[in-house]
Structure formats: structure tokens, C-alpha cells
Design a protein around this ligand. Structure first.
Ligand code: ADP
Length: 405
């Protein structure tokens, strides 16, 4: 008899579903794919089998109308079945769902029953763009395989260990309580994975290692992790707080919002859109992709240089702040699209921080690689690491651990 060891990981967004099928017996990927523009013109599925007869043939693109998430998941199931990896397989142990907001209720992954699903729905006001799509993904996957566990893995859970005085904003306590206003943090699966992988890279037990993790993708967040436990993170009630991001402002004086409303006559939705979609690198220079920003800055374009400098300055402030929070830092780990690829960002962020124990091996830093690696000289008190994140593997690992324990 074979033991079921496959986990399907679903990351359902408002108009997309990203998925990976993994075999947890040896942590390998069996298939990966994406359905995008669900319910819009130009919807398509891109599927790549990594095992079986279809493997090696690259990506299969399936353009065609995909009206909703249910249709999308059925199309995914059909693609997997064509590769002999169908969802009806007895080898499928669980479906792991990325759920963005777990509020204060979910500090661990949870096997989804009606009560858990109702709680995830109750949290929609805290994540109006994300949790509804997550709920839909869960409902559809449940209807396809009601007999196997569906596991919710929350973006916020890793940060639930933040001490109360760190998680609380200094506002009226009753108001904060009434509206569940506190710092939750996001990108938790990435911060968890990368902080552990950094300890492994240093060859030390995770309990002994203090790491500042810089997750720099389109969204970006920093965390201070002491011995594998999160002590502070830069995103807050929503993913808007903290670092300068692709299209989000990160930290700003809250009175900017009042000023825009009072003086500019902006509506709530207009301010939401301005700060989440039209700010950050995009707001400063017109491009949200760091590759473009670097190219234009390299050509001496002033607004791109300003955007790069603002991005890096904010990063430095957080490295300094989290060095103070942790007291002793063993490593600063860069991850996600920008962190893994943009050596210029790493160089500029670490530059001038020798007093904090940071130094960079410029040659090692400039080498491109998809492997976890150290880019600091041996003498540096604080190691600088580049650690590719793997949120899907982390979700699958957590889901599998829960259903097999
Ligand atoms: P997401 O947050 O959407 O998961 P990623 O972690 O994939 O994003 O990061 C995407 C971002 O990474 C891109 O917008 C781009 O700015 C940046 N990026 C990717 N490759 C490079 C590169 N070679 N150099 C600089 N930046 C890069």
C-alpha cells in the first residue's frame, strides 16, 4: 500500500490561482501552474508537468474563457489528470491553501471544517481583496475532494508571536479592540522558511540564531526573528505598512490620509488606490519593476535614482531598527524577486553599516545563483545571506505535517 504523500498547494487571488503539486516523501515538485485573468478577457491557464510523460516538454498554455474560480480549478484538475497526476489520486494527502489573513484566531495552520471556513469569512473585513478569493478556492477544492483534508496556512500566523507591546498601535485601546486594529504582519510563510533556511546555511540550530529577514518582492516586508520566533515585522494591519514597495507607499504620516481627504477631497477608495496601487517605486518614478528602476537609474535618470535611493534608505532604517530590537544579529537574509536578484539593492542597503557588524563580499554578492548563499566576508560579525524563498514548499510542509501527525 502506498502512503499518500502528495499535497496540492493553492494560492487563490482575486483573479488568479497559482498552484503546485508536491510530493512530500522527498519534497519534490510534480507540477506547477497558474490560471490568470479569471473572469476577464484573455484568461488562460499555464501548466507545467515536472514528472511523468509530459515532463521536459515545458509549459502548456491553454487560452480560453475561464469565467470563475470553480471553472479554473476544474481546468487545473483536468491538466493534472492528463499527466497522470489527477486530484482523484489516492496519493493526494491534502490540499494546502494560502490564506492571507488569519486575524488573532489562527496562529497555526488549521484543517478546514465549517467552523474554520466561517472564521476565515469573518476575517474578510481585514483583508477584503484576499480572503474572499481564498474562501472560494477552499470551497471549490472541497467540492472536488471532500474526503481529504483541506488545510489553511495563514500569511499572518508566523507573526502571531509578536509581543503585545510590539503588535499594538498607540491609539485608543477601546477603539483598537472594537475594530481589531493591531499589527498582524504578512508574508509569514516566507519569513518562517527563510529564517530557518538561514540558520541551516550558517550550520546552526534555528533556536540559536537571530535573523533579520528582508522579503523584497512586489510587496516587501522585513522581520526580526529571534531563535526562529518572530519578534517584529514591518507590515501591519494590512500589507501597506513598512518598506517602500513596487506600488505601495509603506510607512507614512497617517495625517497624509487626512490631508488628502480634507484638502484634496479624495474619497476613501481613491486614497486606498493611491497608496496601494500608485505609490512606492511606481509613484516615485513611474516604474514598479526594480529591473526597470535599475536600468533607468543606471542611465542617470533622476526620478529613478530617487526611487532607488528612497527604497534603499527605508531598508537601511529597518535593518538598524531591527538590530536594536534583536540586540544581537547573526544574519541579514535577502529574499524574493528583488532580494534574490538585485545585487545593487543588497550592496546599497548594507553600505555604511559596518558599525552594526555588516559587511559585504562584493564579488560574491555580484554572482547570480538560485542557491542559498553567504555574500559577506568571513570576518563579518553579521552574515549577509541570499536565501531564495519557497512559500509553496513551506505551505505544503506545514499542511502535510498537520495531516500526518
Ligand atoms: P511577488 O511579490 O509578486 O511574489 P516576486 O518575489 O516574484 O514578486 O518579485 C517580483 C519583483 O522582483 C519584480 O517586480 C522585480 O522588481 C523584481 N525582480 C525580479 N528579477 C529581478 C532582477 N533580475 N533584478 C532586479 N529585480 C528583479
Amino acid at each position: 500500500m502506498t502512503t499518500a504523500s502528495r499535497v496540492l498547494v493553492l494560492n487563490s487571488g482575486s483573479s488568479s490561482v497559482k498552484y503546485q503539486l508536491l510530493d512530500m516523501a522527498d519534497s519534490t515538485r510534480l507540477a506547477v501552474g497558474l490560471v490568470e485573468r479569471i473572469g476577464e478577457e484573455g484568461s488562460r491557464l499555464v501548466h507545467e508537468p515536472l514528472t511523468g510523460p509530459g515532463a521536459g516538454g515545458g509549459k502548456r498554455e491553454r487560452p480560453g474563457a475561464i469565467a470563475d474560480h470553480a471553472t479554473a480549478l476544474r481546468a487545473v484538475a483536468a491538466e493534472l489528470a492528463a499527466d497522470g497526476l489527477g486530484l482523484d489520486s489516492p496519493e493526494l494527502a491534502a490540499v494546502g491553501h494560502r490564506v492571507v489573513h488569519g486575524g488573532t484566531r489562527f496562529t497555526q495552520p488549521a484543517v478546514i471544517d465549517d467552523e474554520v471556513l466561517a472564521e476565515i469569512r469573518n476575517l474578510i473585513p481585514l483583508a477584503p481583496l484576499h480572503n474572499p478569493a481564498n474562501v472560494t478556492g477552499i470551497e471549490v477544492a472541497r467540492s472536488l475532494r471532500p474526503d481529504i483534508p483541506q488545510v489553511a496556512v495563514f500569511d499572518t500566523a508566523f507573526h502571531s508571536t509578536m509581543p503585545e507591546h510590539v503588535a499594538r498601535y498607540a491609539i485608543d485601546a477601546a477603539t483598537a479592540e472594537k475594530y481589531a486594529i493591531r499589527r498582524y504582519g504578512f508574508h509569514g510563510t516566507s519569513h518562517a522558511y527563510v529564517s530557518r533556511a538561514t540558520a541551516a546555511l550558517l550550520g546552526r540550530p534555528v533556536e540559536d540564531v537571530n535573523v533579520i529577514v528582508l522579503h523584497l518582492g512586489n510587496g516587501a516586508s522585513a522581520s526580526a526573528v529571534r531563535g526562529g520566533v518572530c519578534e517584529e515585522t514591518s507590515m501591519g494591519l494590512t500589507p501597506l505598512e513598512g518598506l517602500v514597495m513596487g506600488t505601495r507607499s509603506g510607512d507614512l504620516d497617517p495625517a497624509v490620509v487626512l490631508h488628502l481627504a480634507r484638502v484634496g477631497g479624495f474619497s476613501v477608495d481613491e486614497i486606498d488606490s493611491l497608496l496601494n496601487k500608485k505609490s512606492g517605486l511606481l509613484g516615485l518614478c513611474g516604474d514598479n519593476d526594480m529591473r526597470e528602476v535599475l536600468r533607468r537609474a543606471g542611465e542617470g535618470e533622476e526620478s529613478a535614482r530617487l526611487a532607488f535611493a528612497a527604497y534603499v534608505h527605508r531598508l537601511k532604517k529597518y535593518i538598524g531598527a531591527y538590530s536594536a530590537v534583536l540586540g544581537r544579529v547573526d544574519a541579514v537574509a535577502f529574499t524574493a524577486g528583488v532580494g534574490e536578484n538585485a545585487h545593487q539593492v543588497r550592496e546599497a542597503a548594507v553600505d555604511g553599516l559596518a558599525e552594526l557588524g555588516l559587511a559585504l563580499d562584493l564579488e560574491a554578492n555580484a554572482v547570480r545563483s538560485s542557491l542559498p548563499r553567504l555574500v559577506s566576508p568571513d570576518y563579518a560579525r553579521v552574515a549577509v545571506a541570499v536565501v531564495p524563498t519557497d512559500e509553496e514548499l513551506e505551505i505544503a510542509t506545514q499542511a502535510y505535517a498537520l495531516v500526518t501527525r
